[in-house]
Design a protein around this ligand. Sequence first.
Ligand SMILES: [Zn+2]
Length: 199
Amino acid sequence: MILQAAEGAMQRQLTLCLSRPPGHHACSDKKRKGFCHLNFVIDALDFFHGKGLRAVIVDIDAHHGDGTEHDILERDYGFYASIHGFGPNVYPGTGATSSDRILNLPLTKDSGESEWFAAWNQKLIPFVKAIGPDILLLSCGLDAHEQDILAPLKLTTSSYNQIGRDLKSLNLPVFAILEGGYCLPVLGESMKGLVAAFL
Ligand SMILES: [Zn+2]
């Protein structure tokens, strides 16, 4: 289903895959961890690479996509940028440092909009622009919302509308895959705000 959606993604501003369970903790050597079974965003990366396209994965889930980083480093293509909570008792405990093709922006537990958007505007967006990708693959976890039961961060519903507007302004096709998000009322509102930015 992910790959069917990917077929027309270059002709659209936003393609959204409401897949479950999430996938960004799954990787080639350790399946089924952090609720994840299959890493959908890596499948999408491989698909677009196979079409000769340059793709960057942007991960806004509150948790580091350790599976995605692992699998990208097994390849000689793809880029990964993530903003996530980091510190004692924050799952999965990775993503503290960056490396070739990887930009990790760890925030201390309970960081809010000011810290999150400082990392976004000052580091992540410039990283994406410097790569000059053909398509942006969004690991669209919404569990950084302050009301999420698993949230190590404190974004708000309106934060996701701002994220959507910032992504739209990049003028790239965005292929978004749902990752985490465990408080159903705010999950729906947050996704609505993100998608509305593209309308
Ligand atoms: Zn998460």
